[in-house]
Write a protein that binds this ligand. Structure first.
Ligand SMILES: Nc1nc2c(ncn2[C@@H]2O[C@H](COP(=O)(O)OP(=O)(O)OP(=O)(O)O)[C@@H](O)[C@H]2O)c(=O)[nH]1
Ligand SMILES: [Mg+2]
Length: 349
């Protein structure tokens, strides 16, 4: 399908056009940057929620609960699952109604699994761009599921507006996780599988740790920290009521039993309101725009040197010309770059 038809299809909210556009971006097929560029004016309306956490923490189960919750509020939802070890089946929890809706023309739910490919950092860019396509399509909420708590996963999580870190009682010492700096990025801590023992302890540790960060170790800690205590927050009276600083809540829930999910939805909505009212959303998006632009330039430069220019050729001939221990990588790199500069100067490639 030509890009122009894709644009028309996306404007008409047709799922097949969306699916094709996402594949085009995911695989970096010719013309994908032009497509993204053409869609750009429609990007920025969706609120993006990152679900990050260790393998098997229940992120997909939770994502499906969130889909239901959002649908109940009349919101449309797109989901991007990055390299899940247990891919979405679109089945276990998603009812027939939602699967049917996905197939209909005016779809309100779309779930997409992405396989890991490309080098580190590249995946974050591609994920962001796939989310941009979903955003342009008009989804109100976009959920990004990433497995793991390493740097590369966190860089994907950082493309979200609201980062939810999903932990489980088995995650072990919550304080260790915090100390590792892994949790710095989270706006909301979701302790899933609270139907199992240990959730209260983990939640307590997280709250104490967050309190210490904010200079008051016990500010967060409720008199008791049971699952039943995780009630929805009082509804905020609109964006004007948003606090001056965001205090990341730690919520216990059970995605499996569908307990505590409304409180999570409420926290996400409160965070969205906070971001808007505090100016933080505009700031984050500006930062992300700068980072994204740099990434696009980096990507184009790599392409210019290695794919379109003579870089690969110079590298190969340089390696072939001498025994390996004689090749000076700095000299060779300089030669490669000099070659590319000359090509640019001469109007090639
Ligand atoms: N006991 C309990 N099990 C749960 C809960 N939520 C999810 N699970 C189970 O945990 C397992 C993993 O759930 P997933 O939703 O696939 O977890 P995930 O984090 O998406 O997994 P990956 O994408 O592979 O990292 C499944 O067997 C779920 O049924 C929960 O709240 N309590
Ligand atoms: Mg999953």
């Amino acid at each position: 399908m030509p890009a122009a038809d894709l644009l028309v299809g996306i404007a008409a909210r047709q799922i097949p056009a969306l699916a094709r556009a996402v594949s085009m971006v995911e695989n970096g097929r010719p013309g994908y940057e032009d497509l993204l560029s053409a869609l750009h004016s429609r990007v920025g309306r969706a609120h993006r929620v990152g679900l990050t956490g260790p393998p098997g923490a229940g992120k997909s189960t939770l994502a499906e609960r969130l889909i239901h919750a959002y649908r109940g509020r009349g919101r449309s939802v797109g989901v991007v699952a990055v390299d899940p070890t247990c891919p979405f089946t679109g089945g276990a929890l998603l009812g027939d109604s939602i699967r049917k809706e996905s197939a209909s023309l005016d779809a309100d739910v779309y779930i997409r699994s992405m396989a890991t490919r490309g080098e580190l950092g590249g995946l974050a860019t591609t994920t962001r761009e796939v989310c941009d396509v979903l955003d342009a399509f008009g989804f109100d909420r976009i959920i990004i599921e990433t497995v793991g708590v390493g740097q590369s996963e966190l860089s994907i999580a950082a493309t979200a507006d609201t980062a939810v870190l999903v932990l489980v009682p088995e995650s072990g010492d919550g304080v260790q996780v915090l100390k590792a700096g892994v949790m710095e990025i989270a706006d909301i801590y979701a302790i899933n599988k609270a139907d199992r023992p240990g959730a209260d302890r983990l939640r307590n540790e997280i709250e104490v740790m967050l309190g210490i960060r904010q200079g008051n170790a016990f500010r967060h800690v409720a008199p008791h920290h049971r699952l039943e205590a995780a009630q929805p927050a009082p509804p905020s009276s609109g964006p004007a009521a948003a606090p001056a600083a965001w205090e990341p809540p730690a919520l216990a829930l059970s995605a499996l039993r569908d307990e505590g999910v409304p409180a999570l939805v409420e926290a996400i909505e409160r965070h969205a309101a906070y971001l808007g009212a505090s100016g933080e959303l505009a700031r984050r998006r500006r930062d992300r725009l700068a980072r994204h632009t740099r990434e696009v330039v980096d990507r184009s430069l790599r392409q210019l040197v290695w794919d379109e220019g003579s870089g690969e050729e110079t590298l190969r001939s340089g390696l072939a010309a001498a025994t390996h221990d004689r090749v000076n990588p700095y000299e060779l790199a300089h030669r490669i770059l000099a070659g590319v500069r000359k090509e640019m100067h001469d109007g090639r490639p």
